[in-house]
Write a protein of this length. Sequence first.
Length: 288
Amino acid sequence: MSYKPIHVFAPAKINLFLHITGKREDGYHTLQSLMGFVDVGDDLTFEPHDGLYIDVNGPFVSPISNPRDNLVYKAAILLSEHYKIKPCAKIILTKNLPIASGLGGGSSDAAATLQGLAKLWILQEEPDVMAQIAQKLGADVTACLYKKLVWSEGIGEKITRLPDMPDIHFVLANPMVQTPTPEVFKHFRNPFNPPIQFSGRRKTSAEWIADLKIYRNDLTDAAIAVTPEIREVLSALGETKDCLLHRLSGTGATCYGIYNTPEAAHIAAHTLEDKYPNWWVVKANMLQ
């Protein structure tokens, strides 16, 4: 019997803004974040196998020394343990996103693994179960199950799906320096922000961008302390023609610029590629 491989896209996550609202007794910071997902990301393929086999390839494979340390492996194990089945699958992960880059690549890979293996193992779709397993894997994994615009609160476990944004075009830029999330939080010194209400009920791109400018990424200073190159990336994006907003995503080091048209994003990306050939620079659009 032949099987058709199951393909799942693991999109990059972008924090359109990120506010730190407090710190729990267990050491985890509480936050509020508007998170979107774009059409750039990793790819995963799932096929039947007599055991659990994971192969990692792609342009950013080298930093992953042991695939079993990867969230993909951990997601497969947790899913199999919950349903009390043997974890049998061949998983091919193509890493197109830089490692430790503030784009939630590992979290998105983990969410895609839960979804791909659920199809491969013909499991009954139980969103609550998926969310519970996702929470055990990391703060952003629950949001990554949606792959759409979401409002995230708590330590990332409280997710509200929001209406889609209008077409907004991004340029992502990373100086190719890993910025580990734990190190960024160690350097976080800013005062906590009071919680806000956010409905996402904006109609035009101009309304969205005007509102986004009010907010911020509270981890920017801490990320720059860990990776000073982020300051140059933000400056370079801000200097590109027709850039409406530039900001750090997550804990970095990836930053993004927002543009009204694909042509403006195209020109900005080429400008950065020419000036900074060692950076990772891509155009991206929000998934709808």
